[in-house]
Design a protein around this ligand. Structure first.
Ligand SMILES: *Cc1c(COP(=O)(O)O)cnc(C)c1O
Length: 383
């Protein structure tokens, strides 16, 4: 082993987006393992972007490193899409409260650098949840404290364990709490009880609320930001806005926190073409987001159909994916091998799904993809 490498990185498991070789296998593949939108940008918008590239984008120039136009457009979108702010009961979000990242993944890393790096403090996550919080913390040598969830009910976090972790005077102090609203992979939004616990967290701990699936859940804490300088929201263009290829995410929070995120990021973190794509998507958001109610009803239909298989416990989803676990009579003592077999057999048939957190996470696709998900699962379970 190369002796100049950090030993703790040798054992770190990297994020694996797709199973190796799956994408270029040549069979029809339904990519239902990464929660992207099944729909690309509509053709007229892609042509518009092609024109931008052809006539306006100077490839020899560095991108706009200040992102001001983007921040203004994002602020307008955030203000227009969360009740309490838009009817004037709380101050409007300003561009100074927004930082834009190369995907929210970059912002997760910037937040870790801005809070924990080199301080000996740790971050808190509630498993199962989005794996990047833990992975990125570990790449920076930041310890991760993990608490559990109420897995036999609604995946509410173990609040007693949370209180203990925050209060813990002997362990490494927790400086950041990571929450997803709604959570991935379990698809549940934060409950009133969880939200009131988060409101009581001391102001020297940063609370990150990742609203990657906001457009599907229509639930946001944006209206509370003005009252809570230790809260920050993450959002992304990778899901409802159909721009996963362009890597665009944003953080909304206290201007001082945002200024620090701006200091620690790379100066040209957003390629010009990605900025153009996000601006175009925001300008045409009404058209892009009209698909959401249809996707929500497709999701609910798929949920009912998955339930009717009888093999799985299927939770209600507030996002664009569905979480299921084997029912006890099918799971046996250890459900993992069976879940692994189902995932592999689905891949063999051309549908990628994700085996994670003791269950399966299936992205809602087009109606045709959803029909294939169901018929392939039936075939796999019948074997
Ligand atoms: C998909 C997802 C994101 C988006 O990450 P990007 O880097 O913006 O693509 C962020 N958080 C969660 C919980 C997600 O599921």
């Amino acid at each position: 082993m190369l002796s100049y490498l950090r030993p703790d990185l040798l054992t770190l498991a990297a994020y694996t987006p797709h199973p190796a070789g799956a994408v270029d296998k040549g069979t029809v593949l339904d990519h239902l393992d990464t929660n992207e939108s099944p729909y690309s940008l509509p053709k007229p918008l892609r042509l518009k972007l092609a024109d931008t590239y052809e006539n306006h984008l100077e490839t020899n120039r560095y991108p706009d490193g200040g992102h001001l136009a983007l921040k203004e457009a994002i602020a307008e979108y955030v203000n227009g899409s969360c009740g309490p702010i838009s009817n004037g009961t709380s101050p409007k979000i300003t561009p100074q409260q927004i930082s834009v990242g190369n995907g929210s993944d970059e912002l997760i890393r910037s937040l870790l650098i801005a809070t924990c790096l080199g301080t000996g403090s740790s971050v808190l996550t509630a498993a199962p949840t989005f794996s990047m919080y833990g992975i990125l913390a570990k790449t920076l040598g930041i310890p991760v404290v993990t608490i559990g969830r109420n897995t036999d009910k609604n995946f509410e976090i173990d609040l007693d364990a949370g209180r203990q972790a925050i209060a813990n005077p002997n362990g490494t102090p927790v400086r950041v709490v990571w929450m997803v609203h709604p959570n991935s992979p379990t698809a549940n939004a934060l409950t009133p009880t969880e939200l009131s616990w988060l409101r009581g967290i001391p102001s020297n701990v940063l609370v990150v609320i990742d609203e990657a699936y906001f457009e599907f859940s229509q639930q946001t804490v944006a209206g509370e930001l003005a009252a809570r300088p230790n809260w920050v929201i993450l959002r992304t263009f990778s899901k409802a806005f159909r721009l996963a290829a362009h890597r665009m995410g944003y953080a909304v929070g206290h201007p001082d926190l945002i200024q620090t995120l701006e200091k620690v990021r790379l100066p040209y973190n957003l390629p010009s073409f990605s900025q153009a794509a996000a601006l175009t998507a925001l300008a045409h958001r009404n058209e892009l987001l009209t698909m959401i109610p249809k996707m929500v009803s497709d999701r609910d239909r798929l949920t009912r159909n998955l339930r009717s298989l009888g093999t799985f416990q299927v939770w209600n989803s507030a996002a664009n994916f569905i979480y299921l676990r084997l029912r006890p009579d099918f799971a046996g003592d250890n459900p993992e091998p069976k879940l692994g077999e189902i995932t592999a057999a689905m891949k063999e048939k051309g549908t990628l799904i994700r085996h994670t957190g003791g269950g399966l996470r299936i992205t809602v696709g087009t109606p045709e993809e959803n029909d294939r998900t169901l018929s392939r699962l039936k075939a796999v379970l019948g074997n």
